[in-house]
Write a protein that binds this ligand. Structure first.
Ligand SMILES: [Fe+2]
Ligand SMILES: [Fe+2]
Length: 188
């Protein structure tokens, strides 16, 4: 018998690394929501916690995770015939931009809150806008786009795309910092 089980296993899948990221992101969103509940009861914003979340959102979610999707996975899916304009990839790209815009807005609001110029409720609702966007975005990727991608991917795509993930992760945040951010998500 010359089956190469170990090798097949190590080859993982086209979207495995991204699914793992999604788990980490969902944990961070859950933690943020928990913290928001406490803040609402007290009627004040815990600036440090929201700032920590912003660091996580900018580095882990935007630069690294969305970077992996935009620069590694989506180009591969396009080559295999999944449409961009007017298709699922276009929608995902649009939502990434929306997320980036919300992060910038939240950052500005938090600064103005610290100066006493913004009500806590404004911060709460901006955070909720972000968590809702990300939750439904991740659900669409997990349930629709990623399975579609797995079904059109060729064997060589898997190797190419997973190598690309490693490069982006190393370049955008660094492998050590990536692990650090994973811990941060759990402790938020
Ligand atoms: Fe995405
Ligand atoms: Fe994603």
């Amino acid at each position: 018998m010359h089956h190469h089980h170990a090798h097949e296993h190590a080859q993982a899948s086209l979207t495995g690394s991204l699914l793992t990221d999604h788990e980490v992101i969902l944990t961070a969103l859950e933690r943020l929501e928990l913290r928001l509940g406490e803040m609402k009861r007290r009627g004040v914003v815990d600036v440090e916690t929201v700032n920590k979340f912003l660091i996580f959102a900018r580095s882990f979610i935007d630069r690294c995770h969305h970077g992996k999707e935009e620069r590694c996975l989506f180009p591969c899916l396009e080559r295999r015939g999944i449409p961009r304009e007017g298709g699922p990839i276009g929608v995902m790209l649009y939502e990434h931009e929306l997320g980036r815009k919300l992060v910038r807005e939240l950052d500005e609001l938090l600064r103005s809150y610290s100066e006493g110029k913004t009500a806590p409720e404004t911060i709460f609702s901006k955070c909720e806008e972000y968590t809702q966007l990300l939750r439904q975005h991740i659900a669409k990727e997990n349930n629709v786009l990623f399975p579609a991608g797995e079904s059109v991917a060729e064997r060589e795509d898997v190797r190419e795309v997973t190598e690309c993930y490693e490069v982006i992760e190393g370049k955008e945040v660094g492998h050590e910092a990536h692990k650090e951010l994973e811990r941060m998500a759990k402790e938020l």
